[in-house]
Design a protein around this ligand. Structure first.
Ligand code: UT7
Length: 326
């Protein structure tokens, strides 16, 4: 029996930082509102010539180096992104070339914010089925390129970043223990970004066609808490573990109030929750690997620690993955 172990992690963010004070000069908002209502102080914003593939490649190189693996031993690359700089080739194919992982198959995965957890779930399935041995899973976004900086309901939330992990097959018990993915496609009109063919969710007016992320923040908020709580509880119940067994809950960083409500209703005190939304904002599929990277590198997470990632986003899509580090 193969187990999917997470053995390396890396992350990258653009150098440019956009503070709440900067946003005050761009849109009708104020720093205190953003900090109190969303928990965000600053976020990283890509330059015009800085792309999601640049961040994903940097994060991937760091994850491979951290794992101690030879890039040529990677046999699959899954990049979760909905802000790829090209539709084809995939961002995963660019990562394959620029990391030297020349023996890897590569594809992108589009599941919005929970995309990284969907990627871990997919990697686990490949490993369990003996279809791959060493898989790079990346969550990478440059959402600031697709937010409307006249819409204060969205532009204050998002930031750019990428995080990557190496998932490796081993017969030793551990790694990914339990996972779950779910969704409700009927709610696609509450949070969406038109693609290059400009189709919008069926229920919406087509004129004028928006080019940016559109979100009914308040309604999304309620579903976010409910589906993350349900996902966390389901994965714990199915695996037989309790919040006491888990070292850290790693929730999607969409809003500090969503994080706090999710933690409370899932049975986690806040000192067992990884939070970095204050410095990065909502980086969509990158939030969980960014938080994981920080906590592994600063020593809060060590070998054998049980972790629970939980996320929610457009689709609607949601999911949770329970795993041991390393
Ligand atoms: O990652 C995928 C999932 N995404 C999410 O889960 C995001 C979910 N939603 C949210 O995080 C929150 O709904 C927001 C942060 C987007 C908004 O917070 P809220 O507490 O739900 O505010 P609201 O939309 O109910 O608006 C309250 C007031 C309104 O003013 P009035 O009508 O009461 O006078 C808004 O116009 O706050 C106003 N407002 C703002 N004021 C200053 C909305 N955005 C801003 C702003 N600055 N940026």
């Amino acid at each position: 029996m193969n187990y999917a172990h997470l053995i390396g992690v890396g992350a990258a963010v653009p150098k440019n930082v956009l503070t709440n004070a900067d946003l005050e000069k761009m849109v009708d908002t104020d720093s205190e509102w953003i900090e109190t209502r969303a928990g965000i102080k600053e976020r990283h914003k890509s330059d015009d010539d800085e792309w999601v593939s640049d961040l994903a490649i940097e994060a991937s190189k760091k994850a491979i180096e951290h794992s101690g693996m030879d890039p040529e031993d990677i046999d699959l690359i899954i990049c979760a992104t909905v802000t790829g700089d090209t539709t084809m080739p995939s961002i995963a194919s660019m990562i394959q070339y620029y990391t030297g992982a020349k023996n890897a198959g590569a594809f992108d995965l589009g599941a919005a914010c929970p995309g990284f957890l969907y990627g871990l779930n997919t990697a686990n399935a490949y490993i369990k089925a003996d279809l791959a041995k060493n898989i790079l899973v990346i969550g990478a976004e440059t959402t600031t390129k697709v937010v409307d900086y006249t819409d204060r309901g969205t532009c204050i939330l998002f930031g750019d970043g990428a995080g990557a992990v190496v998932v490796s097959a081993s017969e030793e018990d551990g790694g990914i223990i339990q996972s779950y993915t779910g969704g409700d496609g009927s709610l696609g009109n509450l949070l969406y970004l038109p693609g290059m063919r400009q189709r919008v969710p069926v229920s919406l007016e087509k004129d004028p066609i928006p080019l940016y992320v559109k979100m009914a923040g308040n309604e999304v908020y309620k579903y976010a808490v409910k589906s993350m709580v349900d996902s966390a509880k389901k994965v714990l119940k199915d695996s037989g573990y309790t919040p006491d067994d888990v070292k850290y809950l790693i929730p999607h960083q969409a809003n500090i109030r969503i994080i706090e409500a999710t933690a409370k209703r899932s049975g986690f005190p806040m000192d067992k929750v990884l939070v970095n939304i204050d410095r990065y904002g909502n980086t969509s599929s990158a939030t969980i690997p960014l938080a994981l990277n920080e906590a592994v590198k600063d020593g809060r997470i060590g070998k054998g620690d049980l972790l629970l990632g939980v996320s929610f986003g457009s689709g609607f899509s949601w999911g949770a993955v329970l795993f041991r580090w390393n």
